[in-house]
Design a binder for this molecule. Structure first.
Ligand SMILES: Nc1nc2c(ncn2[C@@H]2O[C@H](COP(=O)(O)OP(=O)(O)O)[C@@H](O)[C@H]2O)c(=O)[nH]1
Ligand SMILES: [Mg+2]
Length: 286
């Protein structure tokens, strides 16, 4: 296995995305920063790498249905104590209640709207940019939030032609293309957490390392889920034995050892396809 991990890999188009977003700065009222509830630390863009930090911001934890709520709620508390407005969402169902998000968005805009009212102007529609790293649910959020069956696109006067604002059932307008940022991966732990939740892909980390990481986390925090998923009577401390057990079950076991790649793919896919859920890999107190 390749032990040299290029965790600082940074795709070229990310720099371009950053620049494009910054060009639209004036048009954006509020930022929705999206993170994955299963990795509330690892999927968060750290302040120094973040953008539009002066804009009012809501931190949205998606995939709340898939997380370990006890652990994720500690992170929510942590972010709230840091001053973030936090909303948790389960976007797995097509009908999602966005009232809390809408209310918070309006609260964040209150003083700006008040200044307009003082000048005799009406409240403005609130223009929101959805921001986050890959695979956290940005597109799903936009699709669920946008009013369906309505001609919901079209350029507003004064807006650059390539920007399309989508209407929702509220006074919130969403920019049709989310801002995709790349995480600054400062530790292998973070990289592996991201890869475990498919936020970064195989080019960055070998699948053997990723599957090993998933098994270690399950073994440590969720042994019942591990033994239930792979139908193992007693959990072996030796993770190699877990690979062997899975390999035998999959028919991927030859000459006394598991086919490491096939078993790794199966493990990663078990998380991806939500066969293993109720898990949170970041721990607030390590
Ligand atoms: N179970 C569940 N899956 C979600 C949720 N939000 C997004 N997903 C899934 O996560 C994957 C990535 O979502 P997507 O919107 O494409 O992420 P993006 O790359 O940030 O735009 C898709 O398979 C979605 O169906 C959620 O709240 N719950
Ligand atoms: Mg997307």
């Amino acid at each position: 296995m390749d032990n040299k991990t290029n965790i600082n890999w940074y795709p070229g188009h990310m720099a371009k995305t950053r620049r494009l977003i910054m060009e639209q700065e004036k048009l954006i009222d509020v930022v929705y920063e999206i993170i994955d509830a299963r990795i509330p630390f690892s999927s968060k863009i750290q302040d120094k790498d973040n953008i539009l930090l002066k804009k009012p911001r809501v931190l949205i934890l998606t995939k709340y249905d898939l997380c370990d709520k006890d652990e994720t709620n500690k992170w929510i508390k942590y972010y709230e104590e840091k001053g973030y407005k936090v909303v948790k969402l389960d976007l797995s169902e097509s009908s999602v209640n966005f009232n809390e998000l809408i209310n918070i968005t309006n609260e964040l805009m209150e003083s700006i709207q008040q200044k307009r009212n003082d000048k005799g102007m009406k409240d403005k529609e609130i223009r929101v940019l959805v921001l986050g790293i890959p695979n956290v649910g940005k597109s799903t959020l936009i699709n669920r939030f946008v009013q369906k069956n309505v001609a919901n696109t079209g350029n507003k006067p004064g807006v650059t032609t390539n920007l399309v604002w989508l209407k929702t059932k509220s006074n919130v307008l969403l920019l049709d293309t989310p801002g995709i940022l790349w995480p600054k991966i400062e530790s292998e732990e973070v990289a592996l957490n991201l890869a475990s939740m498919s936020a970064i892909r195989e080019e960055v980390l070998p699948i053997g390392k990723v599957s090993w990481h998933i098994l270690e986390k399950l073994n440590k925090y969720y042994p019942d889920k591990l033994s239930m998923r792979y139908n193992m009577e007693s959990l072996d401390e030796d993770i190699i034995e877990v690979y062997n057990t899975i390999g035998k079950k999959l028919g991927a076991y030859k000459n006394g050892e598991a086919d490491f790649n096939r078993v790794s793919e199966a493990i990663i896919n078990d998380v991806k396809s939500e066969r293993i859920q109720g898990i949170t890999f970041d721990r607030y107190e390590w």
